[in-house]
Each structure stands twice: as C-alpha cells, then as structure tokens.
Write a protein that binds this ligand. Structure first.
Ligand SMILES: Cc1cc2nc3c(=O)[nH]c(=O)nc-3n(C[C@H](O)[C@H](O)[C@H](O)COP(=O)(O)OP(=O)(O)OC[C@H]3O[C@@H](n4cnc5c(N)ncnc54)[C@H](O)[C@@H]3O)c2cc1C
Length: 313
C-alpha cells in the first residue's frame, strides 16, 4: 500500500497495481477473489478487495483515495455478474461487524449494510414488527436491497426504508431519507461508488406468530419455484411493463437453453445458472441470446436486472 501506482491502460488486467491505497485499519487484498463468494462463482478478482473495520475506517479510506479510483460496493453477489477480467480499482465488501441489527421505538429496525435480509426479517418478527417479511426471500444484504430496491410479493425496499446512511465516494458520511434515493422498480439513484453502511426500516405492530407463519410461507414458495441451491444471480431481467420476463423467455423457447456450462433454468426461466464450469462471458452471452430471441419473438426488449461489472478478459 501507499506510494503512487503507475497509471494503467484501459482494460489492462487487474493483476497490475493501477491504483494506490491510503491507510486502512481493515484489510485490502490485491487480486482478491470475488468468485469465492458471489452466487454465480464465476469471474475475475478485484484489483483491491477492501474490507474496512467500521464506518469511520471506510470513510477515512474513501477520503484518501485518489479521485479517479473506481469504487464498487458489493454485498453477497446475489444479483451480480463479475466479468472474467476482474474489477479494476477498489471493491468494498463490508465485514460481519457491520451486520448488526437493533430495534428502535415506533416499530423501527436499524440494520448494518452487511446484514442479510433474512436476519432483518427475523429481527422484526421477534420484536413484533410486521411488514418486513418479504426480506425473508431475498438472499442479499441490506446494502444490496437498498441499492437495488429489492422486492417481492408486492412490496419493495422503498416501501419500508425510512433512511439510509451512506459513505459517499469523497468519504463524507450522509444520511439520506428514502425519498432522496429516487426509487423506481429495481432502481435507485444512489451515485456510483457510494456505499450504504446502515438502513432504518419501518413496519407496523404485528403478532410474531403470524409474521413467522408468513415468513415460512415465503420460504416454502421460494423453494418450490426457484433454483435456490444453484449458482445463479436471481432474476436476470426486469419484468417489462405489463409482462412477466419469465413468460416472454418461455414463449421464445429459451427454457433450458445452454451455452457452455451456462443454462437458462428449467425451473424458473428468468434465472441463469452456472452448471459447474461456466465463465461469466458464457453467462452474459447466454443472457444476450435470450434478449435477442425474446425481441424477435415478442418485440419486447428485456432490460438486465443483474448488475454486470468489471472488464472482459
Ligand atoms: C435465489 C435468488 C432469489 C432472488 N430473489 C429476489 C427477489 O425476490 N427480489 C429481488 O428484488 N431480488 C431477488 N434476488 C436478487 C438479489 O438477491 C437482490 O438484488 C439483492 O438485493 C442483492 O443483494 P446483494 O447484497 O447480494 O448485492 P450484490 O448482488 O452484491 O450487488 C447488487 C448491486 O448492489 C450494489 N451494492 C451491494 N451492496 C451495496 C452497498 N453496501 N452499498 C451500495 N451498493 C451496494 C452493488 O454495487 C450492485 O450494484 C434474488 C437472487 C437470488 C440468487
């Protein structure tokens, strides 16, 4: 760390050190593996995989980075294709210490950016707070849910978020009321490089038994309809206005389609799978093939919901 790294050419492999890092109390790993933990288990490493110790560590680190250093926050990669050439610059993964959950008066739950949706839903249930049950079915972090406006069963994160604490790219710490995030379907206006470190959610009073039963129902329904134990990235495409993406994909004959070890799931055809040794390039190319076939069959242009990051190999 320290010192000025040489400026790299665009597209250069991330094995080169292109960006120098300021001091950090947490850890920074050069060529840190992302494929080790993201759901697809594919793709290249981060030039720097950074795990800050706490919010202040992250803020000081971000303030010390040179302005042109790219910063990408990741959760558990349940909605991510990391391209095979890896991610230049800094990838921030929040540590377990930033996954704390606490209950506040007024049926509110405060959760660290690294907390999993299921933990937030369970914390709310135990405190008799209803309305957060849908997070039970979304296998990502609070940071990912707030950024993606994740949702299910007619509810989105925007329906329950009161405010989010964000470390901006310049290292300043800001509290954003939900309205500032400009939420629409699976979209927020969070600026590139900003990291969500905490969120405050609001619900309504409820009976823990009823809330628990709803969470169990969600879990069972998911089990029946989604390839939960596969290497996947969740819903590949957004549902176009007035359509279900899976139905368009099915009608275009794409169910089960393969490219190398990448496959359109037979169980839920808006999910792509890595059957074993697929590359990110194969998964992405399969997604593009599906888009082309759906466009030819129905005239509808599918929009990627999965976030595709990094550089091609
Ligand atoms: C089996 C399965 C089922 C799924 N079901 C649903 C569903 O029902 N509804 C739904 O909406 N989604 C669903 N998803 C997709 C996914 O779980 C959500 O999008 C989730 O919110 C992503 O969270 P993550 O922590 O994994 O984020 P990642 O996939 O790691 O990242 C997704 C995006 O969020 C950004 N991000 C992550 N953490 C932060 C942070 N701390 N600060 C700022 N930005 C951040 C990343 O930069 C990236 O742009 C499903 C996925 C799977 C695998």
């Amino acid at each position: 760390m320290g010192g000025r790294a040489r400026r790299c050419d665009r597209g250069e492999a991330v094995s080169a050190v292109c960006y120098a890092l300021p001091p950090l109390r947490g850890t920074a790993t050069h060529e840190g593996s992302l494929a080790d933990f993201i759901w697809f288990r594919t793709g290249g490493p981060a030039e720097w995989l950074v795990r800050p110790q706490d919010v202040n560590d992250l803020a000081a680190f971000m303030a010390g980075l040179e302005d042109d250093t790219p910063v990408l926050p990741v959760g558990v990669g349940s909605n991510l294709i990391v391209r095979d050439g890896g991610v230049p610059g800094v990838v921030v993964r929040l540590p377990k210490a930033m996954a704390k959950i606490s209950v506040e008066p007024g049926n509110r739950v405060r959760a660290g950016g690294a907390a999993m949706g299921i933990s937030v839903a369970s914390g709310a249930r135990d405190a008799g707070i209803a309305g957060l049950e849908f997070l039970r079915g979304i296998p990502g972090t609070v940071g990912g849910a707030v950024r993606m406006n994740a949702g299910a069963y007619g509810r989105d994160t925007s329906d329950i978020l009161i405010e989010a604490t964000v470390v901006m790219r310049d290292g300043s710490i800001e509290v954003w009321p939900a309205a500032k995030l400009g939420y629409t379907y699976r979209h927020s206006d969070l600026p590139a490089g900003a990291v969500i470190v905490e969120a405050l959610f609001g619900g309504v009073p409820g009976d823990p038994k009823v809330i628990g039963a709803e969470m169990d129902r969600i879990a069972a329904e998911r089990e029946a309809s989604q390839p939960l134990r596969s290497r996947t990235g969740g819903s590949t495409f957004k549902n176009p206005e007035g359509h279900k993406a899976w139905a368009l994909i099915d009608a275009a004959g794409c169910r089960g389609l393969t490219r190398g070890d990448a496959q359109v799931s037979e169980k839920h055809c808006n999910f792509l799978l890595n059957l074993g040794s697929a590359t990110s390039a194969e998964i992405e190319a399969l997604g593009e093939e599906v888009r082309a076939k759906v466009k030819a069959q129905s005239g509808v242009e599918l929009e990627w919901e999965i976030q595709r990051v990094g550089v091609v190999k």
